[in-house]
Design a binder for this molecule. Structure first.
Ligand code: GCU
Length: 606
C-alpha cells in the first residue's frame, strides 16, 4: 500500500462487495482494539456521524457514509489524533477523478507511468491494484472515477459496445469502495454505427444514444454517467450541425436520465486556430461567451464542467468568470492534479494553497461537483513523485470540505505518510506550502503564463506559444509586455461582477501576481514596492531558483524511507536544473528585449 495509507497494510480480500463490508473489514483490521458498531441509515448517503457509547463507538451513516466514516476514524487514529464524536456530510455530491488514459496504455499528460487500466487496446489491470486504488480514493472521499481520456481515441470509442463486460468487471471492483465509474464518450459515435449523422436533434441519433445508454446501464447499473469534450481542440460536437451545446448535452442527458446517470459536459471551448495577429480575439473570454447565453437551458442531469481558470491550468490564473456567472446550471469545477504545466511530478508543487485561493473566490453554493484531472499511473507509488500523492489526497479532502486549511491538510498527509518527528514535519510542511510560489517565481512572470515549451509543457520557451494558433500570447516587445484585458483592451474583465473588476482594473492597485494577466505595461512601470516591473521579473527568477536549490537541500535532510527517498532526491536535482534553466532563459529573454540591466548585475551576457 502506498502513500497516505502506508500504515494500512492489510491486503483486501476479494470477497468485499459493498462499502459497508469494506468499512467493517477495514475497522476490524486497522483498529482491532476499538469497538465500533455500524448502523446503516440508507437515506444518509455519504453523510455519517460518530457517537460514543458505553461500550465503544457508534458510527451511523449511509452505506458510503459508513465507509468514509471508517476511513476517517482509522486515519485519525493512525495520525495520532484523538477520536471525537462528530457529524459530517460532503459539500459536493460528486468528487470526481478524470483519468486521461488511452486504451493503448499511454496517458495524456500522465507523469506516473502508463495507464493503470489499459494496455495494447484493451483492459489490462491488476485487480489488487484496483482495490488499492479504490481504498485510496475512498479514504480521501472521492466517489467517481472516469477511466478514459476526454479525447476519445480508438478503440475507446467502442467502450459502450465491445468493452462492456470488461467495464462491468472493473466497476464491480470499485463498487466495494463506493467509487462509481464514469466513461468519456465521443459525440460523433453514432457515425460509426450506420447512423448517417451525429446531429443531436436527429431522431435516429437520439435513438442510438438511448439504446446505447440502456445497454450500458443493463451491465453497469451504477455507472456515474458520461463525460464529453465536444467542439474543443478539434473534437467533434454539436457545432458541426449548427446546434448549441445545450442541445448537444441535453440529448445525451435524456438518454442517461432514466438510469440516474449524469452527463458531464466540459466547457473548455475556444478557438484553437487563432491568427496571432488578431488582437481582438482573447481566448480567456471564450467559455463565458459560449455558455452564459445557455444558462438555464440545460437538463437537470447535465453538469457543466468548467476549468478553474479561463485558460488552461497555468500556475496562476484568475478564477473563471463562468464559475461566478452561471446561476441556473449545475456546475463542476475542474482542477488538474496532473502537473502538466506545473512541473510534471518532477518539480514539487503542492496544490492546496492554490486551491484555497480558488475556493475563496467561488461562492460554495455555486458548485455541485468538483473534478480533477488525474495524476495517477502505473508507477509503484501511483503518482510518480511520492510528494505528488498529497495533491490527490488533498483534492478529496477539499471536495468534502473546501474550507479546510492547506496547512492542516498537508500536516495530516505527512503524518499519515511519513510520521516524521515534529521538526521534520514542520520543515516538510513549510516546503510544501511554499512550493507553488517557488515554481511560480522561476517560470512565467506575474500571471503571464505560457512561456513553456510547446506540447511537452516542461521547461522554458518564452516565444514557444507566441506566433502560434492557440490564443496564448504575451506580446512582449522592447518596451512593454502583457495584454490589456480591461475595458480599454479586450474587455475580458467585464465578464466579472463589479467588485472583482474593481480589484483588477487599475495596474496601480491590481495584485502584483496577476498584473500581466490583466495589463500591458512598460518595463519601467513602478510596482508598489518601488521596483520597476523588469526588476521584479529578474528578482523573482533569481529568488525562485534559490528557493528551489534550498528545497533540494532540505529534502536531503529529511528521513524519507526508501524507495521514496531516492526518487525524491533524483527529482529534486532535476527540479534545480529546471529552475536554473527557467531563470536564465526568462531573464535573458527580457534583458535582450528591454536592454534594461539587472540592478544587481546578475545577468551577464546580452
Ligand atoms: C490541455 C491539454 C490537453 C487536453 C486539454 C483538455 O490543453 O494540453 O492535453 O486535452 O487540456 O483539457 O481537454
Amino acid at each position: 500500500m502506498q502513500a497516505w495509507l502506508n500504515k494500512l497494510s492489510c491486503p483486501l480480500p476479494d470477497s468485499l462487495r459493498t462499502p459497508v463490508e469494506t468499512a467493517r473489514f477495514e475497522l476490524e483490521h486497522a483498529l482491532p482494539g476499538i469497538p465500533v458498531q455500524l448502523t446503516v441509515a440508507p437515506d444518509r448517503g455519504d453523510a455519517w456521524e460518530l457517537a460514543e457509547s458505553p461500550d465503544g463507538w457508534v458510527l451511523n451513516g449511509g452505506e458510503t457514509g459508513l465507509l468514509y466514516g471508517a476511513y476517517r476514524m482509522i486515519m485519525d487514529v493512525l495520525s495520532g489524533e484523538t477520536l471525537r464524536p462528530c457529524a459530517t456530510a460532503p459539500r459536493y455530491a460528486l468528487r470526481m477523478i478524470n483519468c486521461w488514459d488511452n486504451m493503448d496504455g499511454s496517458v495524456e499528460r500522465g507523469y506516473a507511468g502508463r495507464s493503470l487500466f489499459f494496455e495494447g487496446g484493451r483492459f489490462a489491470y491488476q485487480p489488487e491494484r484496483m482495490q488499492e486504488l479504490g481504498r485510496l480514493l475512498a479514504s480521501a472521499g472521492i466517489n467517481v472515477l472516469c477511466i478514459n481520456n476526454v479525447n476519445v481515441h480508438e478503440p475507446a470509442q467502442r467502450l459502450t459496445e465491445d468493452f462492456l463486460p470488461a467495464l462491468s468487471a472493473l466497476a464491480s471492483l470499485f463498487r466495494a469502495f463506493g467509487v462509481h465509474l464514469m466513461i468519456s464518450v465521443d459525440f460523433s459515435s453514432p457515425l460509426r454505427h450506420e447512423v448517417s449523422t451525429a446531429d443531436p436533434l436527429d431522431p435516429a441519433v437520439q435513438r442510438w444514444w438511448t439504446e446505447t445508454a440502456d445497454r450500458v446501464y443493463a451491465e453497469i447499473p451504477d455507472l456515474a454517467g458520461f463525460l464529453v469534450k465536444a467542439d474543443s481542440e478539434n473534437r467533434p460536437g454539436p457545432f458541426t450541425y449548427g446546434r448549441t451545446h445545450a442541445e448537444g448535452a441535453n440529448m445525451l442527458a435524456r438518454a442517461l436520465k432514466p438510469h440516474g446517470g449524469v452527463l458531464v459536459w466540459r466547457a473548455f471551448v475556444y478557438n484553437c486556430h487563432q491568427d496571432w495577429w488578431d488582437e481582438k480575439t482573447d481566448r480567456p473570454k471564450a467559455a463565458y461567451e459560449t455558455y452564459m447565453p445557455l444558462d438555464g437551458q440545460f437538463e437537470e442531469n447535465v453538469i457543466l464542467q468548467v476549468k478553474h481558470g479561463p485558460f488552461d491550468f497555468q500556475v496562476r490564473e484568475p478564477v473563471s468568470p463562468l464559475l461566478l456567472g452561471l446561476r441556473r446550471t449545475r456546475v463542476s469545477m475542474e482542477l488538474q492534479l496532473a502537473q502538466e504545466y506545473t512541473g510534471q511530478q518532477i518539480d514539487v508543487y503542492a496544490m492546496p494553497p492554490m486551491w484555497q485561493e480558488i475556493f475563496d473566490e467561488v461562492p460554495a453554493d455555486r458548485l455541485d461537483a468538483v473534478a480533477a484531472v488525474s495524476n495517477l499511473g502505473r508507477d509503484a507509488n501511483y503518482t510518480g513523485h511520492p510528494l505528488a500523492a498529497l495533491n490527490l489526497y488533498a483534492f478529496g479532502l477539499l471536495g468534502w470540505d473546501p474550507e479546510q486549511q492547506p496547512e492542516a491538510v498537508i500536516r495530516r498527509w505527512i503524518r499519515l505518510t511519513y510520521g516524521f518527528a515534529p521538526a521534520q514535519e514542520d520543515a516538510l510542511c513549510a516546503l510544501l506550502l511554499g512550493s507553488r510560489r517557488t515554481y511560480e517565481k522561476y517560470t512565467a512572470p506575474l500571471g503571464l503564463g505560457w512561456m513553456i515549451t510547446p506540447h511537452t509543457h516542461y521547461g522554458p520557451n518564452p516565444d514557444g506559444y507566441e506566433y502560434d494558433a492557440w490564443g496564448t500570447y504575451h506580446r512582449a516587445n522592447r518596451d512593454a509586455v502583457g495584454i490589456d484585458r480591461t475595458e480599454s483592451g479586450t474587455g475580458y474583465l467585464s465578464q466579472y461582477p463589479e467588485d472583482f473588476r474593481e480589484k483588477y482594473k487599475n495596474p496601480e492597485t491590481c495584485p502584483d501576481l496577476m498584473l500581466l494577466f490583466y495589463h500591458r505595461l512598460p518595463y519601467s512601470f513602478r510596482m508598489r514596492d518601488g521596483r520597476t516591473l523588469i526588476q521584479r521579473i529578474y528578482d523573482d527568477h533569481f529568488e525562485g531558483c534559490d528557493e528551489a536549490e534550498r528545497m533540494a537541500e532540505t529534502l536531503k535532510t529529511l528521513p524519507f524511507p526508501e524507495p521514496d527517498r531516492q526518487v525524491i532526491l533524483d527529482r529534486a536535482d532535476r527540479q534545480v536544473h529546471n529552475a536554473r534553466s527557467w531563470r536564465d532563459v526568462i531573464n535573458t529573454f527580457f534583458f535582450r528585449f528591454s536592454g534594461v540591466p539587472d540592478v544587481r548585475g546578475r545577468i551577464l551576457r546580452p
